[in-house]
Design a protein around this ligand. Structure first.
Ligand SMILES: Nc1ncnc2c1ncn2[C@@H]1O[C@H](COP(=O)(O)OP(=O)(O)OP(=O)(O)O)[C@@H](O)[C@H]1O
Ligand SMILES: [Mg+2]
Length: 274
């Protein structure tokens, strides 16, 4: 069973804001005075761009996945936030892991050596690398899924749902989808946002999984945040641009709702187990 404080951010499609969401969720949890470990399980290693730190290219994490050693996270990337960076070394690690149930546990074994030090472990998953994605889902109790409302995203959701079912059957039977986040939505006008949400709710079959706030599209703000290694709130505090402030508000609402859902899920599990 996955650790209750481990949340995987996963989707069956590339470019749907997995990394952006994972970074914002991690920083939001630190603002709530939680100690957070962000694990970048993607050979692209984009958390280093989004949070502006020097990465080891995934070396420590890849070594731990293949040898079972305790990796040394990069400490204090933000207050209360440590990171295990991703990068190209994870490609080699994925090659050495097979898709057997035993190897699905590779990340869980690594994290079990670290999780006592953190209130949250948030895992940024790769888009298409199945071995690493399965390892992430096997280590997590919860999945958060960013998605657009187009046909490719629909296929991505179906693909992810199949992997979640496989991972449950392989032993992590309480793996739960905590939330689906819609975005970026092409306009901040009410009509298109509402239509996009309705469409995505229809696609996932359970509209209650959708968080209430969508991420509005703002290419320029996103580009500047990534170029500066800043979250939208950090960039908004420096730039004071309306687009950045609005986007920061979206992320504050989205991450707040996800953390609230996590608390509620943990509380209801506890009451079931009492
Ligand atoms: N609100 C936004 N509006 C428009 N573009 C955005 C927004 N937020 C982030 N982006 C941009 O969208 C792109 C994809 O985001 P991100 O890297 O988070 O997706 P991903 O799902 O992790 O991608 P990958 O599958 O490559 O790992 C990035 O260039 C990012 O800067
Ligand atoms: Mg990514």
């Amino acid at each position: 069973m996955g650790s209750s404080n481990t949340i995987a951010v996963a989707a069956g499609k590339g470019g749907v804001l997995k990394t952006t969401l994972a970074c914002h969720l991690a920083v939001a949890a630190t603002a709530a005075h939680r100690r957070v470990l962000l694990v970048d399980l993607d050979p692209q290693g984009n958390t280093a761009l989004d949070l502006g730190f020097a990465s080891d290219g995934g070396r420590a994490l890849a070594h731990a996945l293949t040898n079972g050693d305790r990796p040394e996270p990069l400490c204090d990337i933000r207050t209360r936030l440590d990171v295990l960076p991703g990068g190209r070394d994870l490609d080699a690690a994925a090659l050495t892991l097979t898709r057997s149930a035993l190897d699905d546990g590779s990340l869980a074994r690594v994290l079990s050596q670290l999780e006592d030090e953190y209130d949250f472990v948030i895992v940024d998953c790769p888009a298409r690398e199945l071995v690493l994605r399965r390892a992430a889902l096997s280590a997590a109790a919860f999945v958060v899924v960013p998605s657009s409302s187009d046909l490719a995203s629909y296929h991505g959701l179906a693909d992810l749902a199949a992997t979640i079912s496989e991972v449950r059957r392989a032993g992590n039977d309480e793996l739960d989808v905590l939330a689906v986040v819609a975005g970026p939505v092409p306009s901040n006008a009410t009509g298109p946002r509402r239509r996009a949400i309705a469409e995505l709710g229809r696609l996932i079959g359970d509209p209650t999984l959708l968080v209430n706030t969508t991420v509005r599209t703002s290419h320029l703000t996103a580009e500047r945040c990534r170029a500066g290694g800043l979250t939208t709130a950090e960039y908004a505090a420096r730039s004071h641009t309306p687009a950045a402030i609005s986007l920061a508000d979206d992320w504050a609402a989205i991450t707040g709702e996800i953390l609230g859902r996590h608390l509620a899920a943990i509380a209801s599990n506890r009451s079931v187990n009492c």
